[in-house]
Design a protein around this ligand. Structure first.
Ligand code: ADP
Length: 322
């Protein structure tokens, strides 16, 4: 449904996107992730035709966005990070205005009414947008994207700034929309990706770093356990011991968090429970373990791991080429 092929985009000397290729299959919800500045917005702007690629092509439903922009854009509903609303208009006036802009062919009133029912804004249809809560305004933003019943929906950080209840409602709404549409969802929030997306594309510095099914990606990077240990002992010696312990993949000192102990983040190798070894090794050295707890991986950890993996891969390749 969406084909991105060798897309690059430069702003002056700055390469925002570099030789990026991926597809989104019909009916799929794709999570589009990456650290700040990775090139996500630029890519979404290329897909939606707001920006032209320096090289490469973006096709929607087989239609090149640059060769036939009107037909391609008809197939896309876009919700940018800041919903493009006119706050002085009522919901009805605003949606009517977008309907006219899009030259939508469905009967106007029933079409808008149906959308309002789907996104649950029918109770505020005649209210002025600026008086609505942020959650409702976000729904109005989603409603404008749905006008014309486009096959593809692109949402840029749709739950940012919402309260936890609104977040769950918007997520459920996106999931429901995913049954009828192909969706690209850009987000920073890991549980959101896990809850909503079938597949994940991760980019960093404009380049693809991962393109995998959600569960495979989470498993691949979350196969190990991450612990926080509070240890009393000389930091450099403790670190040295931990780094040389087999079964530990990564150690980092988090510094002194209370008067006598230092906290360490410890990641074990896949499927290894390091706790007993850790206890015995520390006790052998006479360094008391005064706290041990599990740490959840967050999206930033996943980015760092994927990016490090990528770096190692490229270094190996470079060394191999010499
Ligand atoms: P993301 O959405 O992942 O945070 P962006 O696509 O906004 O990343 O930006 C990617 C890179 O391109 C950043 O380094 C950003 O500063 C740069 N960039 C984006 N838009 C422009 C622009 N109009 N002019 C110059 N540089 C830009």
């Amino acid at each position: 449904m969406i084909e991105i092929l060798n897309v690059s985009k430069s702003f002056g000397n700055k390469k925002a996107v570099e030789d990026l290729s991926f597809n989104v299959i019909e009916g799929e919800i794709l999570g589009f992730l990456g650290p700040n500045g990775a090139g996500k917005s630029t890519t979404m702007n290329i897909i939606t035709g707001y920006l032209s690629a320096t090289t490469g092509t973006a096709k929607i439903d087989g239609i090149d966005i640059l060769e036939n922009p009107i037909e391609a854009k008809r197939r896309i509903g876009f919700l940018p990070e800041i919903p493009p609303l006119y706050p002085e208009m009522t919901v009805k006036e605003f949606l009517g205005f977008i309907y006219d802009l899009k030259e939508c062919r469905f009967p106007k009133e029933p079409h808008l009414r149906e959308i309002c029912e789907v996104v649950k804004i029918d109770d505020v249809y005649n209210r002025i947008i600026k008086n609505l809560s942020k959650g409702y305004r976000q729904r109005v933003g989603i409603a404008q994207a749905l006008i014309g019943n486009p096959k593809v929906l692109i949402f840029d950080e749709p739950t940012i700034g919402l309260d936890p209840r609104q977040i769950i409602e918007i997520r459920n709404l996106i999931k429901m929309l995913g049954k009828e549409h192909t969706v690209i969802l850009s987000t920073h929030i890991l549980p959101e990706v896990q809850a909503v997306c079938d597949r994940i594309v991760v980019i960093n510095q404009g380049k693809l770093v991962a393109n995998e099914k959600t569960e495979d990606l989470i498993l691949a990077v979350d196969g190990s356990r991450k612990l926080m240990a509070k240890i009393v002992g000389p930091e450099a010696d403790v670190l040295k011991m931990l780094k040389s312990t087999s079964g530990i993949r990564y150690v980092e000192s988090l510094g002194r968090r209370d008067t006598d102990s230092i906290s360490y983040m410890i990641e074990s190798e896949d499927k290894i429970d390091i706790r007993k070894t850790l206890f015995y090794n520390l006790s052998k050295n006479g360094w008391p373990l005064v706290g041990l707890e599990g740490m959840e991986l967050n999206l930033e950890d996943i980015f760092i791991r994927l990016i490090n993996k990528e770096k190692k891969g490229t270094e190996k390749k470079k060394r191999g080429a010499k």
